[in-house]
Design a protein. Sequence first.
Length: 151
Amino acid sequence: MDILIWILVFIATFFWMEFMAWFTHKYIMHGFLWSLHKDHHKKDHESWFERNDAFFIFYALVSIGCFLLWKFKIFAFGLPVGIGIFVYGFTYFMVHDIFIHQRFKIFKKANSRYGKAVRRAHKMHHKHIGKEDGECFGMLLFPYKYYKNAK
């Protein structure tokens, strides 16, 4: 029974992280921490790394913190929560940094309907180079119109 609860906590954490990604992106990255995110909206990068990558580091530290809270018996669900955050972060990296932005030149020819839709939704987000008037702040979930129009 315990493993079933841990699996449910892991799944719930993974999906909660999509909400957290949307919330963080809309209200923090495009809000008071725009100074860390704005280089991500520029086409000419001076470095392979972006200031925006600090957000990955933050969530990695949160995930590690959950592992430690579990290890030291402070938070009983620290392990499945930490794994859920980690797996979401890995998925985000694969979809956002590799599939969409091609930071590594793989998955270039992946053209599933979902892939086309997620790329289009993200492209619509990046059409706004400033912090205002943005749209499509999530990563894995986006308005249905992008999926419907992807053929």
